[in-house]
Write a new protein. Sequence first.
Length: 188
Amino acid sequence: MCDGWSTQNRKCIINFFVYSPQGTIFLKSVDASDKYKDSNYIFGLMNEVVDQIGEKRVVQIVTDNGSNYKVAGLKLMGVRKNLYWTPCAAHCIDLMLKDIANDPSIKLLIQKSQELTCFIYNHGWALSLMRTETRNEELVRPAITRFATNFFALGSILTHQDDLKRMTNTRGWEENYMKITKIEKMQM
């Protein structure tokens, strides 16, 4: 498996993992910050890893769906007739969910669910009420880089829909929410 990512200080790292019946192990990382990561460069790295492991031991290469990885994988299959390249299924699903999330009605729904979740987790009293009503179950909170988490978060809100409705009908919600509303109006 081959996975490229960027660190917080913008270094481009390409990781290589090996999967076997005994499990997945980390093989190596390549700092490709100063490289042009075109298909030829990626092909060279993948080809080198196949040589390092041994061609007879490699059945498949899995990468993300980027065009440079796709071209490199197809080129590797042309040179190494006994192995296959496939895009990562999770990455493909994430890209599909990204497209779905671009629909205006879905985008609005995701935005509203994020606002609700942020409000609850940014106000201790609301978080306490939510935990009481959900019997200490947490809501799933979306991650910035994974589109699937937006849909997990929506599912979590749907699962706890009745709990959240009960929460907003409590005296504690009414008292605290009214205070916040008054403060916001005074600040305008």
